[in-house]
Design a protein around this ligand. Structure first.
Ligand code: FES
Length: 244
């Protein structure tokens, strides 16, 4: 099957999702009480399978990879400035957690789960309504800043990546899940954990039909990514990017 930007499911490689927004109202299930869960360290790779280095990243580009599950999409961004650790955030159930900050020399590299906490909109190969909007680009979702925010254009929720993915407007009631990264001595980027309330459980439960289509079954979609995850730009991942 030939699809532009489709991350193929093969061996230990992370794969893409092809699912549509839907109306999901289940409550979140955090993976642990502290809202931080570590996973096996996953090395990020470029589209050619080479280790992805922080020096390779283009500022404010949207990069998509799947983590921690084979079918759960994330977006990695090198921001236009530091994402300082320390912002205090709160999940809907009252659990507090503290943003771990960006990585890299400028602490400006962050990643978040690209599953909108409102109704699970996420990037898909045909269309994406969820993305990071670079500074200088207007969005209907949030007029207090010009860009520099994650936006879900399904119902115009916005989240600030320098504040731990905090929700700043729209119907979403919680922030994005931070994907915690590390950079090794060779400048290679690794994904190591997820912080904050997450929608992995709801998402994996919701799109059974699509998982069957693209991963053969839900069990494959649900598997944890092993060893490495391919990273592609959102432009190469989705044929049609919608941003309002
Ligand atoms: S799904 Fe409604 S704002 Fe994202």
């Amino acid at each position: 099957m030939e699809r532009r930007g489709f991350l193929k499911l093969s061996g230990t490689t992370a794969a893409a999702i092809v699912v549509a927004p839907s109306l999901i109202t289940e409550t979140l299930k955090a993976d642990d009480e502290g809202l931080y869960k570590t996973y096996d360290k996953i090395m990020l790779q470029d589209k050619e399978g080479k280790p992805l280095k922080s020096a390779d990243l283009v500022k404010e580009e949207n990069y998509v990879f799947n983590f921690p599950h084979v079918a759960t999409p994330c977006i990695l961004v090198k921001l236009d400035g530091e994402a300082k650790k320390g912002t205090k955030l709160k999940a809907d159930d009252g659990t507090e957690y503290i943003f771990k900050g960006g990585v890299g020399k400028e602490n400006d590299i962050v990643a978040y789960s690209a599953i909108c906490p409102h109704q699970l909109t996420h990037p898909q190969p045909d269309t994406s309504f969820f993305q990071y909007v670079p500074t200088g680009t207007k969005t209907l979702a949030y007029d207090k800043a010009v860009g520099g925010v994650f936006v879900c254009s399904s119902h115009l929720s916005a989240f600030t990546p320098k504040d731990g993915g905090k929700r700043v407007t729209g119907p979403a009631t919680e922030g994005l899940t931070q994907i915690v990264l590390e950079i090794d001595d060779n400048d290679v980027i690794w994904a190591v954990g997820a912080l904050g309330p997450n929608k992995f459980h709801d998402y994996l439960k919701a799109f059974k039909k699509e998982f069957k289509k693209y991963y053969r079954n839900k069990r494959n979609a649900k598997k944890l990514v092993k060893k490495e995850a391919k990273v592609v730009t959102l432009k190469n991942f989705s044929k049609d990017i919608q941003q309002f």
